[in-house]
Design a protein around this ligand. Structure first.
Ligand code: ADP
Ligand code: MG
Length: 348
């Protein structure tokens, strides 16, 4: 017998609510009620993942749920907020118990690890689509925003860039994987798994955002590529920037792949590879998207105290905010580097 909408919600999405969660009324009424302390702002973000646009239909359901939540956590991280509650709007072609079970597991794995409570949602039938909304708290006056970057601020990045975009390029067979015999440290299988994890289960930098609240002048999370997202900070703050492309942080797996790209790659159409300076690795680092790292602008006093900040992830200085407008790229030795043609993902 097909499962009803209400038993689906009860079976897969209703879990006991902890008394310390700030939830006065959770799933089951017309709306949820939560308590917001008077000295805090409510920070709210929402993101939709559409099958065939944001993920392939055959993606494991646990990964779809995990990512739908993680991308929202990343938005709250970029505000310096502490995530507390989530709602879930799920549109499903059918109520498949195995799919729902795996989806709920992926969702609760991350929500419980981060101390979030699912407080409501909406369940409908239609083409597969997942919308998660997250709400959290940030002390009044302390939220990190895109405005406020000043000339002289250092531009910092958490973690590493380009891994998710590289994983996607591999899944779509748009790039070649290194020949293990050509690189002694290469383990193509474990590199591929590590990169794929970055695509399907991104780690939101919540701890770093909180640690740099009140210290960073501006912040954004990188979802559409560094150039596009740093561009939003520059526009909102009315400043320019220069970036050292050789300082962009790369994972070990990315570096191994990058080393292999200096060899001729006959299966990649010639028009997707620019001159040596702007070849594919740099495009993935600058415009790849799906990184979910934070880009932060730190004044000199915050930079000197970075070692004392418990960010939970490495921070790398990649450039500096400048007066004026525009973004200039250069190499470590000062040589100018042309801007790659592709400037991040936009839907329209
Ligand atoms: P309404 O008709 O008032 O919108 P619904 O029938 O859509 O209520 O939902 C019943 C209850 O279940 C509500 O509290 C709603 O927030 C919750 N809910 C619906 N779908 C989900 C879901 N996918 N995950 C969590 N809670 C859900
Ligand atoms: Mg409803």
């Amino acid at each position: 017998m097909p499962i009803s909408e209400f038993s689906l919600i009860a079976r897969y999405f209703t879990r006991p609510v902890s008394p310390s969660s700030g939830v006065a009324l959770g799933i089951g009424d017309d709306a949820a009620l939560v308590s917001v302390p008077p000295d805090q702002h409510l920070a709210i973000a929402i993101d939709t993942l559409v099958a065939g646009v944001h993920f392939a239909v055959q993606t494991p359901p646990g990964d779809i749920a995990y990512k739908a939540l993680a991308v929202n956590l990343s938005d709250l991280a970029a505000m310096g907020a502490t995530p507390c509650w989530l709602t879930l709007a799920l549109t499903l072609p059918s109520a498949d118990p195995a799919w729902l079970e795996a989806f709920a597991q992926g969702l609760f794995a991350l929500s419980e690890a981060q101390g979030l409570t699912l407080i409501g949602g909406d369940t409908t039938r239609g083409p597969l689509c997942v919308t998660v909304q997250v709400a959290g708290l940030v002390p009044v006056g302390e939220a990190l925003t895109r405005r406020g970057a000043c000339p002289g601020d250092g531009i910092y990045i958490t973690g590493t860039l380009g891994d998710a975009a590289l994983a996607l390029a591999q899944l779509q067979a748009r790039t070649r994987w290194p020949d293990p015999t050509a690189d002694a440290d290469s383990d193509a299988g474990s590199d591929e798994a590590a990169l794929r994890a970055r695509l399907h289960r991104p780690v939101a930098r919540v701890q770093a955002g909180r640690a740099l609240r009140g210290r960073a002048h501006a912040a954004i999370d990188i979802s559409d590529g560094l150039l596009a997202d740093l561009g939003h900070i520059l526009t909102a703050s009315g400043v320019g920037a220069s970036l050292d492309v050789d300082a962009l942080p790369r994972s070990a797996a990315f570096r191994r792949w990058e080393r292999a790209q200096v060899l001729p790659a006959p299966e990649i159409p010639a028009d997707t590879v620019g001159p040596a300076d702007t070849c594919l690795p740099l495009e993935l680092l600058l415009s790849g998207g799906d990184d979910y790292e934070l880009c932060l602008c730190l004044p000199p006093e915050a930079q000197t105290r970075l070692a004392q900040c418990d960010t939970g992830v490495a921070l790398t200085r990649i450039g500096v905010i400048e007066a004026g407008s525009g973004l200039h790229l250069h190499h470590a030795d000062g040589r100018a580097c042309p801007l790659p043609g592709h400037r991040g993902y936009t839907h329209f």
